[in-house]
Write a protein that binds this ligand. Structure first.
Ligand SMILES: Nc1nc2c(ncn2[C@@H]2O[C@H](COP(=O)(O)OP(=O)(O)OP(=O)(O)O)[C@@H](O)[C@H]2O)c(=O)[nH]1
Ligand SMILES: [Mg+2]
Length: 424
């Protein structure tokens, strides 16, 4: 029995590098991320981790028998109690491996759920994680979902429950899920009322989203002067935080910091957090914060885009890419990023740590929330009467001066209006 919560659990990470997997990631980076995930769990002593090359997945045991023996010996030598497998593990594989190695085993989804359950601080967060964990458990039903500290020794589950037991368990889970959903609905409704009260003062909402550890909270703190936990730890932030911010030369907005995304985010979690995320993603402006110094920054950005799309965020929603951690890049790479950002209206190269680039980002956010109006001087000939009438009809004209061959007109308009004008 492991009831002593103060005792740390010795853990080992395995990253199966499956050659036949079409979505295979660079194994070194994947292992590094899995180790970082493991480090985000409390009361674990991460002893180490390794990449396990695999041609294909074995249905019953995941790995081949030789490999299982080899790993088993290493686990025993190092007194490992918990093995974290960076990928999906079926309930059968899990049971077989736990038996073969005499350890407890968590797959990637299980690990992420554990981290979330540790982080959840608000009532809503706790309910959402509980629901995600239950849905996950429902698909497995090999053993009860319990928090690590409360779990019994690794060999307690061998054998597994019988069919009727599983049916009963499934019903119990469904009942519990219904109860949780009702509670969650109540919490969400209360919050919606608060939001409606807030909406009387229609502050535009600016949301920071991005891969975990990209620097969202660091940027949030810099912009708001808040002290949201920003840490070199995956999933430091779980519950969304909102603060009012006065934009320089602009309106006040509400800035929101959110939970980070990660590749292979468990679908159960995305579903459970939908209510929270949807509110955030309904923002007027979305800032996708990226760790541009990370070797897999492109893959991370793609993961974030996919998760946003699955949450129903339309691609044409006003959004910026914020290329963060510029200070960590070598000089020439940083210059290339700055140059790229200069060319692209949607990209801002910054360092949330040093403050570089923040001013330009804020100016752009201001423009965007104000409908992004620009002052432009136009010269129209006398023959352009239709265009001139259109400008006046849309109340865009700031100033007009007649010249020998037409009009000099100063207009203030949005990009959209400019495009409409160009098509006249
Ligand atoms: N060098 C450098 N480090 C940064 C910068 N921005 C953030 N960091 C560091 O990156 C780590 C993660 O930052 P957070 O702000 O917690 O990241 P996050 O996106 O909120 O992460 P989650 O809440 O886990 O999703 C921390 O150690 C920060 O100090 C930056 O511009 N430069
Ligand atoms: Mg954060």
């Amino acid at each position: 029995m492991n009831d002593n919560a103060s005792r740390v659990t010795r853990a080992w990470v395995l990253h199966p590098d499956i050659k036949s997997d079409p979505d295979r990631r660079l194994a070194d980076h994947a292992l590094a991320e899995a180790m970082a995930l493991a480090q985000a769990l409390p009361e674990l002593e991460l002893v180490g981790g390794e990449i396990v090359p695999l041609k294909s997945v074995r249905a019953g045991m995941l790995f081949g028998s030789g490999k299982i023996a080899e790993i088993g010996q290493a686990l025993e030598d190092q007194h490992i109690e918990l093995v974290l497998v960076d990928g999906p593990v079926t309930p059968v594989q899990q049971r077989n491996l736990e038996k073969a190695w005499g350890v407890k085993l968590l797959d990637r989804t299980g690990l992420i759920l554990e981290i979330f359950s540790d982080r959840a601080a608000t009532r809503e967060g706790v309910l959402q994680v509980e629901m995600a964990a239950l849905s996950y458990q429902r698909t497995r039903l090999v053993r009860a979902w319990t928090h690590l500290e409360r779990q019994r020794g690794g060999l307690g589950f061998v054998g597994g429950p019988g069919e009727t037991q599983i049916e009963a368990d499934r019903r119990a889970i469904d009942d519990q899920l219904t109860r949780l959903r009702r509670q969650l609905d109540k919490v969400v409704k209360t919050r919606a009322l608060h939001r409606a009260a807030r909406a009387k003062v229609p502050y535009p909402i600016v949301a920071l989203v991005g891969y975990t550890n990209a620097g969202k909270s660091t940027l949030f703190n810099r912009l708001t002067g808040a002290e949201v936990m920003a840490k070199d730890m995956l999933f430091a932030t779980l519950d969304p935080t909102m603060r009012r911010v006065q934009l320089p030369d602009g309106p006040e907005v509400i800035l929101s910091d959110t939970v980070g995304f990660i590749s292979d985010l468990p679908t159960e979690l995305v579903a459970a957090f939908r209510a929270t995320l949807e509110e955030v993603l309904a923002a007027d402006v979305i800032c996708h914060v990226r760790d541009i110094s990370h070797p897999e920054t492109e893959e991370q950005a793609q993961d974030v885009r996919e998760i946003m799309a699955s949450l129903g965020v339309e691609e044409d929603r006003p959004s910026f890419e914020v290329w963060n951690k510029l200070d960590l890049m070598p000089g020439d790479a940083a210059d290339a990023a700055r140059a790229r950002a200069d060319r692209d209206d949607h990209v801002f190269a910054i360092s949330a740590l040093t403050g570089e680039g923040i001013e330009a980002l804020l100016a752009a956010v201001t423009e965007k929330v104000q409908g992004r109006k620009r002052l432009v001087d136009l010269s129209l000939g006398f023959a352009d009467g239709k265009k001139r009438a259109w400008l006046f009809a849309h109340e865009l004209v700031e100033q007009e001066r007649q010249t020998d061959d037409g009009f000099e007109i100063t207009v203030r308009w949005t990009a959209q209006q400019e495009a409409q004008y160009a098509r006249l």
